[in-house]
Design a protein around this ligand. Structure first.
Ligand code: TYC
Length: 102
């Protein structure tokens, strides 16, 4: 009995190093958290400079919400929680949410 090895060529475009799906961290507006506090949180937790932090805060303030950045899921959730903890310590209702990027 003769042996035969059938080599099936790979087709498709699956990348060798699949990247993890990214999650958005969203800043939500409220009527009570001071603007400067929001800017400070964006600088500290999300490592933004003053100008970018101010612009993101203002967009959330005017439009109701603003995407801050995208990260791997666990990092997105940790940063959102960290920001809300800082606000809670001061008695502010600042809220952030996370959701998968399309
Ligand atoms: N709306 C707040 C105020 O007028 C400021 C603010 C901006 C709060 C953005 C939350 O995500 C926010 N003091």
């Amino acid at each position: 009995m003769s042996e035969q090895t059938v080599v099936k060529p790979r087709t498709g475009t699956t990348p060798k190093t699949a990247r993890p799906p990214l999650w958005k961290v969203i800043l939500l507006n409220d009527d009570y958290t001071p603007r400067e506090f929001v800017v400070g949180v964006l600088k500290k937790v999300f490592r933004m400079g003053e100008e970018r932090a101010y612009a993101v805060m203002l967009t959330a303030h005017r439009r109701g919400a603003c995407v801050i950045a995208v990260y791997a899921r666990d990092i997105a959730e940790t940063k959102a929680t960290e920001a809300m903890e800082l606000a809670k310590e001061k008695g502010y209702p600042l809220a952030l949410s996370t959701e998968p990027e399309e």
